[in-house]
Design a protein around this ligand. Structure first.
Ligand SMILES: [Zn+2]
Length: 419
């Protein structure tokens, strides 16, 4: 049986992964828990969520199904932050032979906006046992996490790992004691197999949240060996528990490849087009440009040095953009510059060094100072501040689910990694 759980947390505390960590240990008395459990990040643009939109799934081999179900329901009702009106937990209990039929539900939950009714229909179609608290929105993520379990444990599907350390309850809400130099040392030794632990641009460690939840920190990477090597180097306050999750973080699972006229709000896209307006910076430091005269693309202030890449674009450059579509704007997460304009047409320069003025359409050009004339404009090679290839936002501004460029392998594309 695979148990899916979602939406137990709130901005002021708790964390669905903590609940999973506790259950993975406590359910051992009922049967054999298959490790690692799954942490699935779902559509990052959904309007109901302010945090990472993560759901969890735990597989257990057991004969004691009814007792496990009751135990899980009891633990979720004890531990979930049910007082917060945005917290609407859902639990599903899915038999192994049905679970693979939830893979498409997972794909929709990661890239589109599903409704509580969609979850209800799937539950009744597949005959899944479920338990909903309040409006039951968490059933969407609970079903999707079970689908993700089947998808991500397939060796052909891109996946990563995260080792999460949790704090004892008496420490929740207090300042995290983490020895920063040890984190930088761990990064230096285990990067690129471990990534997004620190942000070299800002000089900050970014693997520990600042919220009052139970997470001390999370180490993300491609291999469990390198993650545990980093863990062994990091010095911090004691953790209460430690759980390794198999995840879809850093895999780009949320993107849909489409054309601009097919776009729908609250989804994330990969689109090709031409820059048709010069990039402009507005108050607050956000940078915008238009793609194909239609789509507003934005690099917001937190993306930091990524904005310099966007500011360097000129009209006519061909790009592939990656980002979430919300409020009519594509919120850029990555960009691939496919081709750059290398030369522009300019009025000719006179032998005296001054630039000639146009004498009117089709009339050629004339130097005001010495009267020299010339018929044609000149082709001028321009110096570009960027080169072709992929660029990404700084680590602190990344979506959990977006693939860091350091994980980009093969394909022969030039990659400009931001650490
Ligand atoms: Zn002249």
């Amino acid at each position: 049986m695979i148990i899916g759980i979602d939406d137990t947390d709130s901005p002021r505390g708790m964390c669905t992964t903590y609940l999973a960590s506790v259950l993975v240990d406590e359910l051992e008395v009922y049967g054999k828990v298959i490790k690692p459990p799954i942490l699935a990040r779902l559509n990052p643009t959904v309007p109901f969520k302010t945090r990472g939109n993560g759901a969890v799934a735990i597989k257990i081999e057991t004969d004691d199904i009814e007792n496990i179900k009751q135990y899980v329901i009891d633990r979720v009702s004890e531990m979930a932050d049910l007082e917060d009106k945005r917290t609407n937990p859902g639990i599903v209990f899915v038999d192994d032979d049905v679970a693979s039929r939830l893979e498409s539900f997972y794909r929709y939950a990661v890239s589109t906006l599903l409704s509580i009714d969609d979850a209800g229909k799937t539950i009744s179609d597949l005959g899944v046992d479920s338990y909903a608290f309040k409006n039951g929105r968490g059933l969407i993520g609970a079903l999707a996490a079970v689908g993700a379990f089947c998808t991500l444990t397939n060796s052909n599907v891109d996946h990563t790992f995260e080792l999460i350390a949790y704090r004892p309850k008496n420490r929740w809400g207090s300042k995290r004691q983490i020895d920063e130099p040890s984190v930088w040392d761990a990064d230096a030794l285990t990067y690129p197999l471990v990534w997004d632990t620190v942000d070299h641009t800002s000089g900050d460690i970014i693997f520990a949240p600042h919220s009052p939840d139970p997470v001390l920190y999370g180490i993300r990477g491609d291999t469990t060996d390198s993650i545990f090597e980093a863990f062994g180097m990091i010095k911090s306050e004691d953790c209460e528990r430690l759980t390794l999750f198999l995840t879809n973080q850093g895999t780009d699972a949320h993107y849909i490849t489409a054309s601009i006229d097919e776009m729908i709000e609250y989804r994330s896209y990969i689109l090709d087009g031409v820059v048709t307006s010069p990039p402009r910076t507005i108050q607050g430091g956000h940078v915008f440009f238009k793609l194909d005269n239609t789509l507003e693309c934005a690099a917001f202030e937190p993306t930091k040095s990524f904005r310099d890449v966007i500011r360097s674009l000129i009209v006519g450059d061909r790009v592939r953009v990656f980002g979430g579509f919300k409020d009519g704007t594509l919120n850029l997460e990555k960009i691939e510059i496919l081709s750059l304009i290398e030369e522009v047409m300019r009025n000719p320069v006179c032998t005296c060094g001054k630039r000639m003025k146009s004498m009117g359409k089709g009339q050629g050009f004339r130097c005001k100072a010495c009267g020299n004339r010339q018929i044609d404009r000149e082709r001028v090679k321009i110096k570009r501040l960027v080169e072709c290839g992929l660029y990404e936002v700084v680590p602190s501004a990344r979506r959990h689910i977006t693939r860091p460029l350091i994980r980009e392998r093969g394909g022969g594309r030039k990659v400009h990694v931001t650490r």
